[in-house]
Design a binder for this molecule. Structure first.
Ligand code: COI
Length: 351
């Protein structure tokens, strides 16, 4: 097996000529991926960098047959002095392990996760966009890679990290998005897996997302599966509302992903003197909110321009970015990009 030390090459020209304003969030293959394996009941082996490429996997792999898989998402930023910054990577490690427990997979020591992230980023450092132009999205996967036929945990697990340079998640950059409330399909049910980042939570939202996009919406907002009236989350991000300067977001109760950006925005808002409530949010409240915005690693903080619920469409802030979303976006991204002092201790600098 090929074992490589992180590439020292920092040929930023690899990214020259890219139209960053329209770069978007898509897969652009880079140089290396990082892989570690573990037998069921055993210890994790030695991780290694390999050239980015296809994984060889049994057609009987538990991830392919039974969806035994988790993923994570975090970002690396390049600063003006060419440092590389990671944002709260240990939070991703801990969330992955919570998911591993739910999905009957082995947990990965936090240090091993952090080492793997650092190796993957440093080996692909030439793909980190220039300062202010985007980020390197880091995608860790934990999958049941060994073959099984009867329903059981895989005999072997693989942890792999690949990366891709990315720009803004939604078309139009930070422009406010238009959400459609889905009141027939649900994303998660109590006792299910909505609170962990398992791969199976994501394919089911494609049908509603594609339908909504076909009608001109940016994405779909899900309601709770029991009463069909409390807001849960958008397909790929958490949601917040602001009313009379009080910020509210649906509480974590097992059906909502505990977003790292969600947690950071709550902490940042508190530190800036806002009252922040984690509580059940009735969809009707959203329709009379002053501001609504989404948070996520991929989307960062994205304002919501309109919400359509059944036959009602409500617009916010006349299509402008709301004041609170703007303030929190700037506060968060200036820490992530190294423009502001990291008073929260969130940043891990790689070099
Ligand atoms: C992220 O924000 O990192 C996510 O995992 C969302 C994904 C569906 C792009």
């Amino acid at each position: 097996m090929l074992v490589l030390s992180p590439c020292v090459c920092d040929d930023v020209d690899a990214l020259s000529g890219i139209d960053w304003e329209n770069f978007g969030f898509g897969l652009r293959p880079t140089d290396f991926m990082y892989i570690i394996k573990c037998k069921r009941g055993g210890e994790w082996g030695k991780g290694e960098l390999q050239p980015f490429g296809n994984l060889e996997i049994s057609p009987a792999a538990a991830v392919l047959n039974y969806g035994q898989g988790l993923f994570e998402g975090l970002k690396a930023y390049r600063t003006a002095d060419d440092s590389i910054l990671l944002f709260r990577p240990e939070e991703n490690a801990m969330r992955l392990n919570a998911g591993a427990d739910r999905m009957s997979m082995p947990s990965l020591p936090v240090d091993t996760f952090l080492h793997a992230v650092k190796q993957a980023v440093l080996a692909n450092r030439r793909w980190i966009p220039p300062p202010g132009k985007g980020s390197l999205y880091i995608r860790p996967l934990l999958i049941g890679s060994g073959g099984v036929l009867g329903l059981a945990p895989a005999p072997e697990f693989t942890f792999v990290i690949y990366v891709s340079p990315v720009g803004c998640y939604f078309k139009g950059g930070l422009a406010p998005i238009d959400l459609k409330v889905e009141s027939f399909y649900h994303r998660a049910a109590p006792g299910g897996t909505g609170g962990v980042k398992t791969i199976g939570n994501y394919a089911p939202v494609l049908k509603t997302q594609l339908t909504a996009k076909g009608k001109g919406y940016s994405d779909v907002l899900y309601l709770d599966a029991v009463e069909n009236k409390y807001v849960e989350e958008v397909s790929s991000c958490n949601i917040f509302m602001v009313k009379d300067n009080v910020i509210s977001t649906p509480e974590l109760k097992g059906t909502i992903l505990p977003g790292v950006t969600r947690k950071s925005i709550i902490e940042l808002a508190h530190s800036r003197g806002y009252e922040v409530l984690e509580r059940p949010v009735d969809v009707e409240e959203l329709l009379v909110a002053d501001e609504v915005f989404c948070t996520g690693t991929a989307v960062v903080v994205n304002p919501v321009g309109s919400i359509t619920y059944e036959s009602r469409r409500v617009k916010y802030n006349n299509g402008e970015v709301g004041k609170v979303a703007q303030e929190l976006y700037e506060a968060l991204t200036s820490i992530q990009m190294g423009h502001a002092e990291d008073k929260m201790g969130w940043i891990v600098q790689l070099n």
